[in-house]
Design a protein around this ligand. Structure first.
Ligand code: CDP
Ligand code: CDP
Length: 226
């Protein structure tokens, strides 16, 4: 059966990663969380005290980063490794989350990550989620979905997720983070978050994860001809 590229873009907390993971599993495709790559670069920059206002410092740091997804056999999900170290446990905290959009707005960082993403998708059979997959990384992707949802709904979901992981924060702080990142991501000069002209819009505000996954699977199967 023909393999395709499925690009899932959209705002923070719409359920892109959860959906991409489930769709990839069902189709036996590879799931690639591009946000994890920008988070991993941010983690590296913070650890090495890179001055993001100094482009020479940024380029020097990027030249020393080797980024890979390594499959975790117990979950079947690829985890992001930087220079051989699994950084997955360090990239989802509030510190990284609050800084990642500024790092992801840097042109050189985007060029670095996009090149890796295009290599990962060269054989197709991938579900990639992010902000610019349908517009920049794979403008010819066979299926493009643009997800959005009411900010309060997204923040409540995120808060629940964080509380279940023992992270204490407030709904106000989560709303502020999501609004701030959406703003930076949508207004940056380099590859801003925007709907591709040929993307299908899915508003997940009133959807359960199961409904969301089913709707994307239906679109994917129609494209694949399954
Ligand atoms: O999961 P969540 O929506 O909170 O974020 P993420 O997908 O992990 O992405 C974290 C951040 O990385 C986003 O807010 C963007 O600033 C950046 N990002 C990007 O610029 N381009 C992508 N393709 C993916 C993420
Ligand atoms: O990748 P993105 O930031 O778009 O969202 P996610 O990390 O997949 O989902 C954020 C949280 O919302 C997760 O805890 C999901 O389980 C939850 N979610 C939900 O409860 N209902 C949905 N319809 C979609 C996501």
């Amino acid at each position: 059966m023909e393999k395709i590229i499925i690009a899932l873009d959209g705002h923070a907390g719409c359920g892109k990663s959860t959906t991409a993971k489930a769709v990839a599993k069902e189709l036996n495709y590879v799931f690639i969380d591009t946000g994890a790559m920008y988070r991993a670069v941010t983690h590296n920059f913070l650890t090495n005290e890179v001055d993001i206002a100094d482009i020479n410092d940024v380029n020097k740091a990027l030249s020393k980063i080797s980024l890979k997804f390594v499959l975790n056999p117990s979950t079947g999900i690829g985890e992001v490794h930087v220079n051989g170290q699994n950084v997955e446990p360090f990239i989802r905290n509030m510190e990284i989350t609050s800084r990642v959009s500024d790092v992801a707005a840097i042109k050189e960082v985007r060029v670095f990550c996009v090149k890796e993403q295009q290599t990962m998708g060269k054989d197709k059979g991938i579900v990639m989620d992010g902000r610019d997959i349908g517009t920049v990384v794979f403008p010819n992707a066979e299926l493009k979905v643009f997800m959005t949802a009411d900010v309060k709904v997204r923040a409540k979901r995120r808060l629940k997720e964080m509380e279940s992981k023992g992270v204490s924060t407030s709904l106000e702080d989560v709303i502020a983070d999501i609004e701030n990142r959406d703003h930076i991501d949508s207004t940056r000069k380099e590859s801003p978050l925007k709907k591709a002209d040929d993307a299908v819009v899915v508003d997940t505000s009133g959807l359960t994860i199961e409904e969301q996954v089913a709707s994307i699977l239906k679109l994917a199967k129609a494209k694949i001809g399954a």
